[in-house]
Design a binder for this molecule. Structure first.
Ligand code: CMP
Length: 216
């Protein structure tokens, strides 16, 4: 931990074991959190099923919406690893932003990244057929994936993908098998390796044509 982080942790830091429910959707929010170490899942409960919106790691923040908009929590937050978090009240948050333009810029960047991801998710959910949803998701996720010898690694399980694209796991598995047969992806222990995202996009265009004109 750097000296600056050490002092911040002394003032605002708290350690939470894995599995701690930090807050629930609908609760009143009185603080925001910055992840110093560990991992936090942001989720929503839709018809009794918990859906992951995102997982946040070191340097990322959450819980700012309630204090900025004065509204109840828009999602649940749970630690999924032992985590060290800065817990910041609205007054300190405002003072930090006013006193440091760099913090404000980081927040704006993070919020626009989140909006971009939400837009992509909306686009995905508007696709009608399940093949297109999985292919569209992988084409987008592989852009930020880790480069591997065979392509780009999307470090997610079929269960994670199913939660993101609103499909049953069996449907996601079915599409992944098709992609493997078409040599567009391989399944590895760490996730799904996409060989060539452009080919995946071409396949998506083909699926779109099929949706438009049907099987002739
Ligand atoms: P808040 O509404 O206070 O509590 C839930 C938090 O989850 C919210 O603030 C954001 O920080 C975070 N959050 C909500 N929606 C998303 C999303 N789609 N992606 C990432 N983080 C989110």
């Amino acid at each position: 931990m750097s000296e600056q982080n050490q002092t911040l942790f002394e003032r605002f830091g708290k350690a939470f074991p894995a599995g701690t429910l930090l807050f629930k959707e609908g609760e009143l929010g009185k603080e925001m959190f910055v992840v110093q170490s560990g991992k936090v899942r942001i989720s929503k409960t839709v018809r009794d099923v918990e859906k992951t919106l995102t997982e946040l790691g070191a340097g990322e923040f959450f819980g700012e919406m309630s204090i900025l908009n004065d509204k109840p929590r828009s999602a649940n937050a749970t630690t999924i690893e032992d985590s060290k978090l800065l817990v910041i009240d609205p007054k300190t948050f405002e003072a930090m932003v006013r006193g440091n333009a760099e913090i404000a810029i980081r927040i704006i960047k993070m919020l626009s990244k989140r909006l971009d991801e939400a837009d992509k998710q909306i686009e995905n959910l508007l696709l009608k057929d399940h093949n297109s949803r999985v292919v569209h998701f992988l084409a987008h996720a592989s852009k930020t994936g880790k480069q591997m010898p065979g392509g780009w690694l999307v470090s997610m399980t079929p269960v994670d993908i199913a939660g993101k694209v609103g499909l049953e796991v069996a449907k996601v598995d079915e599409v992944l098998q098709k992609l493997v047969r078409a040599k567009l992806a391989t399944l590895e222990s760490g996730g799904i390796v996409v060989g060539d995202a452009n080919k995946l996009r071409e396949f998506l265009e083909f699926l779109e044509m099929k949706e438009k004109f049907g099987d002739i």
